[in-house]
Design a protein around this ligand. Structure first.
Ligand code: FE2
Length: 238
Protein backbone atom coordinates (compact mmCIF):
# COMPACT_ATOMS: atom_id res chain seq x y z
CA UNK A 1 0.00 0.00 0.00
CA UNK A 2 1.37 3.42 -0.86
CA UNK A 3 1.93 6.10 1.80
CA UNK A 4 -0.97 8.01 0.31
CA UNK A 5 -3.31 5.18 1.20
CA UNK A 6 -2.01 5.18 4.76
CA UNK A 7 -2.57 8.89 5.24
CA UNK A 8 -5.58 9.71 7.40
CA UNK A 9 -8.36 11.68 5.75
CA UNK A 10 -8.65 14.96 7.64
CA UNK A 11 -12.04 16.68 7.59
CA UNK A 12 -11.88 20.23 6.31
CA UNK A 13 -14.32 22.31 8.33
CA UNK A 14 -15.64 25.19 6.31
CA UNK A 15 -17.89 28.10 6.98
CA UNK A 16 -20.45 26.34 4.81
CA UNK A 17 -20.59 23.55 7.41
CA UNK A 18 -20.72 26.16 10.12
CA UNK A 19 -23.74 27.74 8.47
CA UNK A 20 -25.41 24.40 8.01
CA UNK A 21 -25.07 23.77 11.72
CA UNK A 22 -25.56 27.24 13.05
CA UNK A 23 -29.22 28.04 12.85
CA UNK A 24 -31.17 29.06 15.94
CA UNK A 25 -30.42 26.82 18.90
CA UNK A 26 -27.43 25.35 17.08
CA UNK A 27 -25.82 28.78 16.94
CA UNK A 28 -26.27 29.17 20.69
CA UNK A 29 -24.64 25.77 21.16
CA UNK A 30 -21.73 26.81 18.97
CA UNK A 31 -21.24 29.93 21.02
CA UNK A 32 -21.19 27.89 24.19
CA UNK A 33 -18.64 25.49 22.76
CA UNK A 34 -16.10 28.14 21.73
CA UNK A 35 -13.73 28.74 24.65
CA UNK A 36 -14.12 32.31 25.87
CA UNK A 37 -10.78 34.12 25.54
CA UNK A 38 -11.70 37.77 25.41
CA UNK A 39 -12.96 40.59 27.52
CA UNK A 40 -16.61 41.59 27.29
CA UNK A 41 -16.53 44.18 24.49
CA UNK A 42 -14.61 46.63 22.31
CA UNK A 43 -12.14 48.08 22.03
CA UNK A 44 -10.53 44.68 21.76
CA UNK A 45 -7.00 44.53 23.09
CA UNK A 46 -4.02 42.44 22.11
CA UNK A 47 -3.77 39.99 25.03
CA UNK A 48 -0.30 39.64 26.55
CA UNK A 49 1.71 36.63 25.40
CA UNK A 50 1.66 33.96 28.13
CA UNK A 51 5.49 33.78 27.93
CA UNK A 52 8.47 35.84 26.75
CA UNK A 53 9.03 36.31 23.00
CA UNK A 54 12.18 34.17 23.17
CA UNK A 55 10.60 31.44 25.31
CA UNK A 56 9.70 29.16 22.40
CA UNK A 57 13.19 29.20 20.86
CA UNK A 58 14.77 27.34 19.19
CA UNK A 59 11.57 25.74 17.84
CA UNK A 60 10.06 29.19 17.17
CA UNK A 61 12.59 32.01 17.28
CA UNK A 62 12.08 35.32 19.07
CA UNK A 63 12.24 36.95 15.64
CA UNK A 64 9.33 34.87 14.33
CA UNK A 65 7.29 35.27 17.49
CA UNK A 66 7.99 39.00 17.59
CA UNK A 67 6.59 39.50 14.09
CA UNK A 68 3.81 36.96 14.50
CA UNK A 69 2.49 38.39 17.75
CA UNK A 70 3.58 42.01 17.57
CA UNK A 71 2.73 42.63 13.90
CA UNK A 72 0.30 39.99 12.58
CA UNK A 73 -1.82 39.37 15.68
CA UNK A 74 -1.78 43.06 16.59
CA UNK A 75 -2.92 44.01 13.09
CA UNK A 76 -5.93 41.67 13.28
CA UNK A 77 -6.99 43.25 16.58
CA UNK A 78 -6.40 46.82 15.35
CA UNK A 79 -8.24 46.18 12.07
CA UNK A 80 -11.16 44.59 13.91
CA UNK A 81 -11.54 47.64 16.14
CA UNK A 82 -11.54 49.95 13.10
CA UNK A 83 -14.06 47.78 11.24
CA UNK A 84 -16.60 47.50 14.08
CA UNK A 85 -16.52 51.07 15.36
CA UNK A 86 -20.06 52.44 15.17
CA UNK A 87 -21.56 49.12 14.05
CA UNK A 88 -23.89 46.63 15.71
CA UNK A 89 -20.81 44.58 16.58
CA UNK A 90 -19.06 47.32 18.57
CA UNK A 91 -20.19 46.09 21.97
CA UNK A 92 -20.04 42.33 21.43
CA UNK A 93 -17.41 39.96 22.82
CA UNK A 94 -15.01 38.57 20.25
CA UNK A 95 -16.51 35.06 20.19
CA UNK A 96 -19.97 36.48 19.50
CA UNK A 97 -18.70 38.65 16.64
CA UNK A 98 -17.06 35.61 15.03
CA UNK A 99 -20.27 33.60 15.24
CA UNK A 100 -22.52 36.45 14.08
CA UNK A 101 -20.58 37.34 10.93
CA UNK A 102 -19.44 33.84 9.86
CA UNK A 103 -20.69 33.08 6.37
CA UNK A 104 -21.97 36.60 5.64
CA UNK A 105 -20.22 37.70 2.42
CA UNK A 106 -20.66 41.41 3.19
CA UNK A 107 -19.01 40.94 6.60
CA UNK A 108 -15.99 38.94 5.44
CA UNK A 109 -13.44 41.56 6.56
CA UNK A 110 -14.88 41.61 10.07
CA UNK A 111 -14.98 37.81 10.13
CA UNK A 112 -11.39 37.46 8.95
CA UNK A 113 -9.99 39.88 11.52
CA UNK A 114 -12.19 38.72 14.41
CA UNK A 115 -11.50 35.05 13.73
CA UNK A 116 -7.77 35.65 13.34
CA UNK A 117 -7.69 37.66 16.57
CA UNK A 118 -9.38 34.74 18.36
CA UNK A 119 -7.34 32.05 16.61
CA UNK A 120 -4.02 33.65 17.61
CA UNK A 121 -4.97 34.13 21.26
CA UNK A 122 -5.97 30.46 21.24
CA UNK A 123 -2.71 29.56 19.48
CA UNK A 124 -0.43 31.17 22.07
CA UNK A 125 -2.11 29.13 24.77
CA UNK A 126 -1.85 25.97 22.67
CA UNK A 127 1.94 26.25 23.03
CA UNK A 128 4.15 26.34 26.08
CA UNK A 129 7.83 26.13 26.95
CA UNK A 130 8.60 23.32 27.49
CA UNK A 131 5.67 21.48 25.97
CA UNK A 132 5.18 18.25 24.09
CA UNK A 133 5.80 15.05 25.99
CA UNK A 134 3.00 12.99 27.46
CA UNK A 135 -0.52 14.44 27.90
CA UNK A 136 -2.19 14.35 31.32
CA UNK A 137 -3.77 10.95 32.00
CA UNK A 138 -7.36 12.10 31.44
CA UNK A 139 -6.50 13.49 28.01
CA UNK A 140 -4.28 10.53 27.14
CA UNK A 141 -7.25 8.22 27.72
CA UNK A 142 -9.45 10.26 25.37
CA UNK A 143 -6.66 10.34 22.78
CA UNK A 144 -6.20 6.58 22.93
CA UNK A 145 -9.96 6.02 22.66
CA UNK A 146 -10.17 8.17 19.53
CA UNK A 147 -6.87 7.53 17.73
CA UNK A 148 -5.44 4.37 19.30
CA UNK A 149 -2.28 6.06 20.57
CA UNK A 150 -0.64 9.43 21.13
CA UNK A 151 1.60 8.79 18.14
CA UNK A 152 -1.43 8.18 15.92
CA UNK A 153 -3.00 11.43 17.17
CA UNK A 154 0.20 13.35 16.40
CA UNK A 155 0.31 11.69 12.97
CA UNK A 156 -3.19 12.98 12.20
CA UNK A 157 -2.32 16.48 13.43
CA UNK A 158 0.79 16.38 11.24
CA UNK A 159 -1.25 15.27 8.24
CA UNK A 160 -3.78 18.05 8.82
CA UNK A 161 -1.04 20.66 9.21
CA UNK A 162 1.00 19.58 6.21
CA UNK A 163 -1.86 18.91 3.78
CA UNK A 164 -3.71 22.17 4.42
CA UNK A 165 -3.27 23.87 1.04
CA UNK A 166 -2.02 27.40 1.56
CA UNK A 167 -2.79 29.27 4.77
CA UNK A 168 -4.78 27.76 7.59
CA UNK A 169 -4.92 25.83 10.81
CA UNK A 170 -4.82 22.28 12.18
CA UNK A 171 -6.98 21.59 15.21
CA UNK A 172 -7.56 18.96 17.87
CA UNK A 173 -11.26 19.20 18.71
CA UNK A 174 -13.83 17.46 20.84
CA UNK A 175 -16.73 16.53 18.57
CA UNK A 176 -19.52 15.42 20.85
CA UNK A 177 -17.82 12.96 23.17
CA UNK A 178 -14.99 12.02 20.83
CA UNK A 179 -11.70 13.68 19.93
CA UNK A 180 -11.02 14.46 16.29
CA UNK A 181 -8.48 16.28 14.11
CA UNK A 182 -9.71 18.82 11.56
CA UNK A 183 -8.15 21.52 9.43
CA UNK A 184 -9.44 24.91 8.30
CA UNK A 185 -8.34 27.38 5.61
CA UNK A 186 -7.36 31.01 6.08
CA UNK A 187 -9.20 32.48 9.11
CA UNK A 188 -11.78 29.71 9.47
CA UNK A 189 -12.10 27.85 12.74
CA UNK A 190 -14.06 24.77 13.83
CA UNK A 191 -17.05 26.69 15.12
CA UNK A 192 -19.94 24.27 14.74
CA UNK A 193 -22.74 23.13 16.98
CA UNK A 194 -20.83 20.05 18.11
CA UNK A 195 -17.12 20.83 17.86
CA UNK A 196 -15.09 22.44 20.61
CA UNK A 197 -11.48 23.43 19.81
CA UNK A 198 -8.92 21.93 22.21
CA UNK A 199 -5.67 23.17 20.62
CA UNK A 200 -4.40 24.49 17.31
CA UNK A 201 -1.30 24.75 15.10
CA UNK A 202 -0.92 27.77 12.80
CA UNK A 203 0.28 26.80 9.32
CA UNK A 204 0.22 30.23 7.74
CA UNK A 205 3.69 30.87 6.32
CA UNK A 206 4.17 33.79 8.74
CA UNK A 207 4.19 31.19 11.56
CA UNK A 208 7.32 29.39 10.34
CA UNK A 209 8.92 30.82 7.21
CA UNK A 210 11.64 32.89 8.92
CA UNK A 211 12.82 29.78 10.79
CA UNK A 212 11.99 26.88 8.47
CA UNK A 213 11.43 28.47 5.03
CA UNK A 214 9.38 25.92 3.05
CA UNK A 215 9.90 23.06 5.54
CA UNK A 216 6.45 23.16 7.11
CA UNK A 217 6.68 19.49 8.15
CA UNK A 218 9.81 20.16 10.23
CA UNK A 219 8.08 23.07 11.98
CA UNK A 220 5.01 20.96 12.75
CA UNK A 221 7.07 18.04 14.07
CA UNK A 222 9.08 20.32 16.36
CA UNK A 223 5.93 22.02 17.68
CA UNK A 224 4.27 18.69 18.44
CA UNK A 225 7.36 17.24 20.10
CA UNK A 226 8.50 20.28 22.09
CA UNK A 227 5.85 22.98 22.40
CA UNK A 228 2.31 21.62 22.26
CA UNK A 229 0.39 22.37 25.47
CA UNK A 230 -1.59 19.25 26.30
CA UNK A 231 -2.66 20.76 29.65
CA UNK A 232 -4.44 23.57 27.78
CA UNK A 233 -6.19 20.96 25.62
CA UNK A 234 -7.33 19.17 28.77
CA UNK A 235 -8.67 22.45 30.23
CA UNK A 236 -10.77 22.93 27.09
CA UNK A 237 -12.02 19.37 27.15
CA UNK A 238 -14.19 19.99 30.21
FE1 FE2 B 1 -0.58 33.34 12.48
Amino acid sequence: MSPEHDAPVIPDVTRRQFLAAAGGAALAAALVSLPRLSQAAAPHVLPPLPYAEDALAPVISANTLGFHYGKHHKAYVDNLNKLITGTEYADLPLEKIVAEVAGKPDKIAIFNNAAQAWNHTFLWRSLRPPGGGAPPAALQAKIEAAFGSLEACKKELTAAATTQFGSGWAWLVRDGDRLKVVKTGNADLPLTATMKPLLTIDVWEHAYYLDYQNRRADYVAAVLDKLVNWEFALENLG
